[in-house]
Design a protein around this ligand. Structure first.
Ligand SMILES: Cc1ncc(C[n+]2csc(CCOP(=O)(O)OP(=O)(O)O)c2C)c(N)n1
Ligand SMILES: [Mg+2]
Length: 292
């Protein structure tokens, strides 16, 4: 698989979703397409999916008494585990799973409505999702716990956690980071999508979180800062994270408007978090997709 073509496919599928549903988290997919593509093509060591290409209908949330399918099944049985924390990036995860052949493209249409598993705000039963984290900043704590368990049981492999920059505004994140470094967990790494925005607008205006690198280092983590839309930079940073003796955070500076021209205008007007297309935007997007 070629990471460049997977990144383009993620953007295209997310754009088609947004047109179909007249709404979606398109900017999240456009900003992080290279991160997902590099992880799946060049970094994650995953065994084949144990889940069907077209997901079954939703019956109930997974628990210990029932045998409902878990989102984790689409990621196989290791040795690595990929934990997506911000649940509104679910669309990006589903599109990535289609692009790498773990989900059928038809699932994006047939399973994204009522009663389907492809929730807009993804949950534990949604393809590729390990932890329900619609209440943001909850998946990192679970992931650190799993990394501790793996260390105690000598289970090989790395846990890779995807965080959004908005989640750095939450206290639970920093408690989890502290626990990971105090336990010397080198089997967990974080990729942060620093796209500079959250639901109410710009990070810098609402509650600045800089200097991010210094903060991670102060919490005992190795921190690497890169251009998060550069495939090679992501690949090299992940390799360094794998070989580090400390838990590593890769701080990815991303551009959530990359891929479709109307997004830049929305960024300038601070309206990029959730996109409900105007008629003009819809027409522009359709003709841009046709010209690809
Ligand atoms: C604990 C919690 N607080 C607040 C929210 C409301 N919320 C939903 S999305 C979001 C933005 C979070 O920032 P980020 O993930 O960086 O947003 P994006 O870059 O996608 O705009 C917020 C605050 C939430 N889901 N959970
Ligand atoms: Mg953000």
């Amino acid at each position: 698989m070629n990471s460049g073509s997977v990144a383009s496919e993620i953007r295209l599928l997310a754009a088609e979703w947004t047109i179909r549903a007249n709404g979606g988290y398109l900017a999240q997919a456009c900003g992080s397409a290279e991160i997902f593509a590099t992880l799946y093509c060049d970094v994650l060591d995953l065994s084949p999916s144990t889940a069907p290409l077209i997901p079954p209908k939703f019956e109930s949330v997974p628990n210990s008494f029932r045998n409902e399918i878990r989102g984790e099944s689409w990621l196989g049985e290791g040795p690595d585990l990929f934990v997506l924390s911000p649940a509104h990036y679910g669309t990006t995860q589903y599109c990535a799973l289609v692009a790498i052949g773990r989900l059928d493209k038809k699932a994006l249409t047939s399973e994204s409505g009522d009663g389907g598993l492809l929730e807009l705000i993804a949950a534990e039963h949604s393809p590729g999702i390990v932890v329900s984290s619609g209440s943001l900043a909850t998946a990192l704590g679970v992931s650190v716990g799993r990394a501790m368990a793996r260390k105690i049981k000598n289970i090989p492999g790395n846990i890779w956690v995807f965080l959004s920059d908005g989640e750095l505004q939450e206290g639970a994140t920093w408690e989890s980071l502290q626990l990971a470094s105090s336990q010397r967990l080198k089997n967990i790494n974080i990729i942060v999508d620093v796209n500079g925005m959250q639901v109410d607008g710009r990070m810098a205006q609402l509650m600045p979180i800089e200097p991010i690198v210094d903060k991670f280092e102060a919490f005992g983590w190795n921190a690497i800062e890169i251009d998060g839309n550069n495939l090679e930079a992501i690949r090299i940073a992940c390799l360094a994270a794998k070989n580090s003796n400390l838990p590593t955070a890769i701080i990815c500076r991303t551009k959530p408007w990359l891929g479709f021209s109307f997004l830049k205008n929305r960024w300038d007007n601070n309206k990029l978090h959730f996109i409900r297309l105007t008629e003009d935007e819809r027409q522009d997007l359709i003709s841009e997709i046709k010209s690809l």
